[in-house]
Design a protein around this ligand. Structure first.
Ligand SMILES: Cc1cc2nc3c(=O)[nH]c(=O)nc-3n(C[C@H](O)[C@H](O)[C@H](O)COP(=O)(O)OP(=O)(O)OC[C@H]3O[C@@H](n4cnc5c(N)ncnc54)[C@H](O)[C@@H]3O)c2cc1C
Length: 343
């Protein structure tokens, strides 16, 4: 009888044998499968068809109770293959949500709460920006093609009447009628003398970014099946609303009357919900205090000497500007550190 068994296809012998070796070290019974071997293995005893050319599996590659099938033997194609890589130094860069997921799912006896997570900080302080997309209607046609050229940081910092920073205003890609189509009723209601094409032609598009604050309870977790979950409560809603008000005030001065400033509502609502996240960060923040951060200032895990995380997970705060350049600059910085470390 087969129990706690893994069946591996032998069509790629090197990969299959290497995988089998490591799985056997973990105490699993592993069988490399060929067509001839399939029936001899006695798979009929566990409800599989010995005459079949492939073993059907569920989403976890389970073929039967206590039996998993990996590789060509499942008949699902290349993506069912497994491979293993080993290195002296491991650099994780799977994105803020998935890097946390990877570390949390990598729990073992030495790291029961996940890799680098003795502090329970992995996955916490998830941030994704409090964003509003706005299309304003110019009285003049806007013939611009490449519109994403202007950014305003006049409200970025606190000061004057502003107790808290409001964030960044920038232009985004030009609206077109096709993209706006789903919201035609509202747009044409707000601008009844315009057709949808007119709205797009006169549209001037803005992206408003307000900082999302790092909150320990805004966090990525994984459940017993290894699936990812996100708990998230928005921060800085008032500051985001105040930034929108500042934009409308500016536009009133440049010929775009207040009642012509519309939500860019093919995003469904003016503010971009977590379902529309583009800028996620913070789940493995760096810092000098191992109790409050996952990584040291070289982006190496406090608790492990050979694990680095270099995507936007390392952000201790997200600011109010697009994150990609910061992630790239930091990756180059950590790369220089690793080059030195590796000699
Ligand atoms: C629609 C959109 C527009 C954006 N516009 C801008 C912009 O204008 N300016 C800007 O600065 N930023 C922008 N961003 C944000 C920017 O793309 C991200 O901040 C940046 O890509 C994050 O980099 P990262 O390395 O953290 O993660 P990612 O770029 O997401 O890279 C993570 C990689 O890891 C892979 N991966 C995940 N899990 C695993 C796994 N288990 N094993 C192996 N690989 C895995 C993923 O497939 C992915 O390739 C935008 C994002 C979106 C979605």
């Amino acid at each position: 009888m087969l129990a706690e068994t893994v069946l591996l296809a032998e069509h790629e012998p090197e990969v299959a044998e290497m995988s089998a070796r490591y799985l056997r070290q973990d105490g699993l019974r592993v069988h490399l499968v060929t067509d001839n071997y399939f029936a001899a293995l006695g798979v009929g005893a566990i409800g599989l068809d010995p005459a079949a050319h492939a073993i059907p599996t569920d989403g976890w590659l389970r073929a039967a109770d206590g039996v998993w099938a990996l590789g060509d033997v499942t008949g699902h194609g290349a993506f069912t293959h497994i491979s293993m890589y080993q290195a002296d130094i491991v650099v994780v860069a799977a994105g803020a949500a998935n890097s946390a997921k990877l570390l949390l799912n990598s729990a073992n006896d030495a790291h029961p709460h996940g890799l680098a997570n003795g502090s329970d900080q992995v996955g916490r302080n998830y941030m994704f920006h409090n964003c509003n997309a706005v299309v304003s209607l110019s009285k003049e046609p806007n013939e611009t093609v490449f519109q994403k050229t202007l950014g305003l940081n006049d409200f970025y910092l606190a000061g004057g009447d502003r107790k808290w920073p409001l964030g960044n205003i920038q232009m985004i890609g030009k609206s077109n009628a096709g993209a706006m189509k789903g919201e035609e009723p509202k747009l044409t209601l707000l601008a009844p003398r315009f057709s949808l094409d007119d709205v797009a032609k006169h549209g001037v598009d803005w992206w408003l970014t307000t900082e999302d604050l790092p909150m320990p309870d805004n966090r990525v977790t994984v459940d017993g099946d290894g699936d990812i979950h996100l708990s998230y409560t928005a921060t800085n809603d008032k500051e985001a609303a105040d930034l929108y008000a500042e934009l409308k005030t500016i536009l009133n001065h440049v010929g775009m009357a207040e009642h012509h400033v519309l939500d860019k509502n093919f995003y469904m609502s003016m503010s971009i919900p977590v379902a529309g996240v583009a800028h996620q960060a913070g789940t493995c923040r760096f810092g000098t205090d191992p109790a409050m951060s996952v990584l040291d200032t070289d982006c190496k895990a406090h608790e492990l000497d050979n694990l680095y995380v270099v995507d936007t997970s390392f952000f201790p705060s997200i600011g109010a500007v697009n994150p990609a350049l910061t992630a790239m600059a930091n990756a180059l910085r950590v790369g220089a550190h690793l080059t030195t470390r590796l000699g």
